[in-house]
Write a protein that binds this ligand. Structure first.
Ligand code: SF4
Ligand code: SF4
Length: 352
């Protein structure tokens, strides 16, 4: 497989603040050779979701969606962007591709997996007069894939469809498929760069980017929103907005930036135009496994203690009255869980 970029350069590119602008020229030589070598087959299926992840991918700017679909990958099945539909499409473009390419194709899953009532809450077609449920499709196809890319928080962690009371018993992909590597690219929706960059990494280097404890590529999800927020100065000076539109940190209005991992502050959305807090909203923490299991527009009564902790959040606990919010125990737990005390740090990407 052609490799014009070293792994280290690629990671730096993806993690850089101007990735959206600079990714295209670096990927161009690779894409030309990938087209000659034959891009890997990709099957994209949708379960319980809103199709927002597909829409987000279609908004990719650098490279363009044409380049992604025609040169980077060979998209064999996608319910929205292909002309064919119905039984023939399911049989020829999906089941046949999976059977003819065992262990060689990638399966992208968008949406959670409804498992209640034997999966009948989500059917994708019929076979011999019987419904093909999404959970059956995922088992049939997913178990033959080289890897599964769970795009969006619903596929990665259950997301909105799996939020209690969850009458359809929706589950994340990882609770259904156990025998195939899974990369989670969460977000509601995920940024197109996170999806394209993850696919490009896997194709370029033949393996997966370094993942965090929630299966997310570290190159996009290692940063805490709060650390690079342009309202951070307000936070440090304890100036908090009371209403939307006020100057000030949005913490009191429900901002989840202190516990949310993504690089939107520097990557920006919509081709590098804006991001969630800059446009006057709060960070709703859409990339986290707990999303949306918290009041979106209310300040969290306490900050969770766990792998999402960072030194910054520890300090947050101290500033806001750490004894009540986190306490010394939480501080230590965060340090241990993040590997700064007593734990073994993962090798950094690109140091091999
Ligand atoms: S709490 Fe939200 S608005 Fe305030 S500094 Fe952190 S990320 Fe920015
Ligand atoms: S800033 Fe917050 S709401 Fe915006 S994409 Fe990142 S995690 Fe989601």
């Amino acid at each position: 497989m052609p490799t014009k970029l070293s792994r280290r350069e690629f990671i730096r590119l993806c993690a850089g603040s101007a990735a959206a602008i600079s990714m295209s020229p670096f990927l161009a030589p690779f894409m030309a050779e990938a087209a000659e070598a034959g891009a890997p087959p990709v099957i994209w299926i949708q379960g319980a979701g809103c199709t927002g992840c597909s829409i987000s991918l279609l908004n990719t700017v650098h490279p363009s969606i044409q380049e992604v679909l025609l040169k980077v990958i060979s998209l064999r099945y996608h319910p929205n962007v292909m002309a064919a539909a119905g039984d023939l499409a399911i049989r020829e473009a999906m089941y046949k591709v999976a059977e003819e390419n065992p262990g060689k194709f990638f399966l992208v899953v968008e949406g959670a997996v409804p498992t209640g009532a034997d999966g009948l809450y989500c059917t994708v077609g019929e076979e011999n007069g019987e419904p093909i449920t999404f959970v059956k499709l995922l088992n049939d196809i997913g178990s033959k894939a080289k890897a599964i890319l769970s795009f969006g928080t619903c596929a990665a962690y259950g997301g909105i469809p799996a939020t209690p009371p969850n009458p359809t018993d929706c589950k994340p992909v990882s609770e259904v498929i156990k025998n195939v590597p899974i990369v989670n690219v969460p977000g509601c929706p995920p940024h197109p760069d996170w999806m394209v960059g993850t696919i490009a990494h896997i194709i370029l280097y033949g393996d997966y980017p370094e993942l965090d404890e929630f299966g997310r590529p570290k190159m996009f999800f290692s940063k805490i929103i709060h650390d690079n927020c342009q309202r951070r100065q307000y936070f440090d000076n304890a100036i908090f907005a009371k209403n939307f539109g006020d100057p000030g940190c949005m913490l009191e209005l429900g901002c989840k930036g202190p516990i949310a991992h993504c690089d939107a502050t520097t990557r920006l959305w919509n081709g590098g135009v804006n991001w969630c807090v800059k446009c006057g909203g709060v960070c709703i923490g859409c990339t986290e496994p707990q999303f949306p299991g918290w009041p979106i527009y209310e300040r969290m009564p306490e900050m969770p203690v766990g792998p999402a902790m960072t030194a910054t959040v520890d300090q947050l606990g101290m500033i806001l009255g750490g004894a009540a919010v986190l306490g010394i125990g939480g501080h230590l737990a965060g340090n241990i869980l993040t590997g700064r005390i007593g734990g073994k740090k993962d090798a950094k990407e690109g140091e091999e």
